[in-house]
Design a protein around this ligand. Structure first.
Ligand code: FES
Length: 186
């Protein structure tokens, strides 16, 4: 499935980037503070997100609880491996009626361990990990923050929009392991 468009000038989704930024508990006294993009606030953050493609990655009605779906974003390169989740609980950046649908890049931020294998997701903890290399786990309900192990950076979160039943990836917070810019593979 790949219906991909430029993200610029694409209003009309049920959850806009502004809704995301100010509807997830990330806004504190008018200041947007999100993991992975230190120093970026308000318009600067919106401009950063606008650089990304808008890609159809799934349907809400087809997502099963605690059964992650693989997809690639923002391109088809190997380290763009990502996972789409319907969690048990509301999550930071979550979309859908229960605000529990989130997505993350699947490369550990420590040294790039792959977290999309069987058993990498813990439904009991709503966490991804422990990483097969050095045991880091990431809390998927709290923007992918590290909850144990060697990594110090949160897992890059894929920002989502819901349009009817369609789920679109529209941007990212945090840097994919091995990249200097998420939109450049080389
Ligand atoms: S690569 Fe994942 S903890 Fe080291």
């Amino acid at each position: 499935m790949s219906k991909q468009t430029d993200n610029k000038g694409k209003p009309g989704a049920c959850m806009t980037r502004r809704t995301f930024l100010f509807g997830t508990g990330a806004a504190v006294a008018g200041t947007v503070l999100l993991p992975g993009l230190p120093g970026l606030e308000g318009k600067a953050l919106a401009a950063e997100i606008a650089r990304y493609p808008r890609k159809l990655i799934g349907q809400l009605s087809a997502l099963k609880l605690n059964a992650p779906l693989k997809f690639n974003y923002p391109d088809e390169a190997q380290n763009s491996n990502s996972l789409l989740f319907r969690l048990d609980a509301p999550a930071g950046g979550g979309i859908g009626p229960d605000q529990n649908v989130v997505a993350f890049n699947a490369l550990c931020t420590h040294m790039g361990g792959l977290l999309d294998g069987a058993g990498a997701f813990s439904a009991a903890d709503q966490a991804l990990g422990p990483c097969p290399l050095h045991q880091t786990s990431f809390d998927l309900t709290r923007h992918g923050i590290v909850i144990g192990g060697h990594a110090t950076e949160s897992l890059p979160q894929v920002l989502l929009e819901l349009e009817g039943d369609d789920i679109y990836a529209v941007g990212m917070l945090g840097l994919i392991y091995g990249r200097f810019d998420n939109l450049k593979t080389g």
